[in-house]
Design a protein around this ligand. Structure first.
Ligand code: ATP
Ligand SMILES: Nc1nc2c(ncn2[C@@H]2O[C@H](COP(=O)(O)O)[C@@H](O)[C@H]2O)c(=O)[nH]1
Length: 234
């Protein structure tokens, strides 16, 4: 073993650097975690639970939309609510990573905040539809993880939209009408979960996040340096 090499348990200054090197953010690239589902299956609820779990350290991508704000929503927190004119200017100016028309309204993901979080080696959470998921996959490639959330039944999907009581009956009817087309897209996704019991689905989601964070393909050079140091040890 070379004289200057570190031993496990040695309190050398190099250990601090090594420990820092192995901070999660430094040892891997961040990824984009996309949740999609038909309206009412539960992705907003699950997104909220993921964000409230501080140790997961996920950052939500806040979409822009031309949809009217629901009474429970806060501008800048749940969405940035903008006019169609502003939306078109952002889209045409290349400010959106992806965009789509969903249930008659326009939705899009501002590119800059996503790039910033990923550059820090952290993960970004998206609540977007299958059209957006497809665009993000095509544009960005490997560092995308997609999850499709299914309802346990169409009856329960309707019941959830009605219990939520956030949309008028015609909007609920349109969302249910679109649900079948959306559900057929499940094969595009990396993972598919049936959201019957909320806590079980949440556990499944956190297990996916944890596993995806250890994928060798996302390793940075820091892990390479760490492996080299391991190989130098007795
Ligand atoms: N596993 C579950 N069991 C029972 N109710 C649920 C479950 N998951 C979510 N819900 C409820 O279903 C309703 C719809 O959920 P949520 O708003 O999260 O759906 P969504 O997929 O985000 O819909 P949208 O695409 O319209 O935003 C909410 O009232 C939520 O509390
Ligand atoms: N392609 C995109 N889809 C988005 C985006 N933000 C939200 N959505 C999807 O729209 C529907 C309806 O959402 P709601 O809040 O009006 O119920 C839902 O499927 C969302 O996932 C986006 O930026 N791009």
């Amino acid at each position: 073993m070379p004289e200057d090499a570190q031993r496990v348990g040695d309190a050398a200054p190099g250990d601090v650097a090594l420990a820092e090197t192995l901070q999660d953010g430094a040892r891997r690239r961040g990824f984009m975690l996309i949740l999609s589902s038909p309206s009412g299956a539960g992705k907003t609820t699950l997104t909220r639970m993921l964000l409230q779990t501080k140790e997961l350290d996920l950052t939500l991508s806040i979409s822009v939309t031309t949809r009217l704000r629901r009474s429970s929503e806060v501008d800048g927190i749940h969405y940035s609510f903008i006019s169609r004119k502003k939306f078109e200017a952002m889209r045409d100016g290349g400010e959106l990573l992806e965009w789509a028309e969903v249930h008659g309204n326009c939705y899009g993901t501002p590119r800059e905040p996503v790039d910033k979080v990923l550059a820090e080696g952290r993960d970004v959470l998206f609540d977007i539809d299958y059209q957006g998921a497809q665009q993000v996959r095509q544009k960005t490639g490997a560092d995308v993880v997609t999850i499709f959330i299914l309802p346990p039944s169409m009856k329960e999907l309707r019941a959830r939209l009605e219990r939520r009581a956030e949309d008028p009956p015609d909007v609920i009817a349109k969302r249910l009408e679109n649900a079948r087309n959306e559900i057929r897209r499940w094969t595009q996704y990396d993972y598919v979960l049936v959201n019957s019991d909320l806590q079980s689905t949440f556990r499944e989601l956190t297990a996916i996040v944890t596993a995806e964070r250890s994928r060798a393909v996302r390793s940075t050079q820091a892990i390479g340096a760490f492996v080299e140091s391991l190989l130098q040890q007795d």
